[in-house]
Design a protein around this ligand. Sequence first.
Ligand SMILES: [Zn+2]
Length: 224
Amino acid sequence: MSVLVVAAHPDDEVLGCGGAIAKHAQRGEDVVVCFLSDGVTSRESEADHAPELHRRRAAALEAAGILGVAEVRFGALPDNRMDSVDLLTIARAVEAHIREFAPAMIYTHFAGDLNVDHRLTHEAVMTACRPQPTSGVVTVLQFETTSSTEWRAPSASFAFQPDWFVDIDATLKTKLEALDAYAEELRAWPHARSREALEHLARWRGATIGRAAAEAFVLARHIA
Ligand SMILES: [Zn+2]
């Protein structure tokens, strides 16, 4: 089975589904990670963002190596400004990845994240995964990204209420090692995007289902 992870920024894939990615890879399944934005360009002027961009890409490749990802693709949509690009353009970028890798399973952002790039990535994936007769995508899962998913103001339609869990007891250590590759993106506890917060979340999601550690997802679609 081929698995595609469509994330807005390098680090979202580890935060959201690093344990699940490692589990797929250990089973011998091909996992491809596609980033739509570089995660850097909104932070600094065009002239001096090159070193940070290089470090972010190097971190993504290191994390991918730790998780056992087969292939990584980097997009160039503007960081934290994906709303300056029309949805069709973003969806076409996702469609090209789906055509190339023909995944049965896709992991992407939760529809209700605070981060605008995350929301648009979700929209683009759902647009690209329209269940047409020729579509080979069987499962679409939404992951939670700490410091975005839980930062949205409460709303019935945006509540992250997981209904799909992956036991990551055997791969939590690998997930945290991959997270260390993104040390520059992590913050000190008790920030939501700290190493401790990620481990606590994995433990709590595990306890929710009677396991030592888990990642939680909201199922967008599954065709049995
Ligand atoms: Zn992100």
